[in-house]
Design a protein around this ligand. Sequence first.
Ligand code: SF4
Length: 122
Amino acid sequence: MASLICIVCPKGCHIEASKLENGEWDITGNSCKRGYNYAISELTHPTRMITSTVKVNYNDGEEHELVRCPVVTSSPIPKEKIFDVMNEINNASVDYPVMMHQVIIKNVFGLDVDIIATREIN
Ligand code: SF4
């Protein structure tokens, strides 16, 4: 038996899940199909979006207010890869100027997911 709180919408349904002998899941407590899909995803292949920041290289010898650029994964990544992807992000940097949605790391860790800028620094 597993207990989850659905995070798909603000209602936050408390979901109970138990695995049946045939390998399928019995899901209760969800108020809609999206909650069912969320529970199945969490139980079988949990994923997360990652937000972080990347160092900006100005290369002009001057001081700047914005020294890091906010970034996000282009789609959710497997939960077990979060540590590896965070390491890649922490070791990355981007040259000024930075465009909105600019790809900072392409195909991070071979996951077919990019790390993209979420603001323009120009
Ligand atoms: S199960 Fe449906 S109604 Fe409940 S929190 Fe999830 S999305 Fe919202």
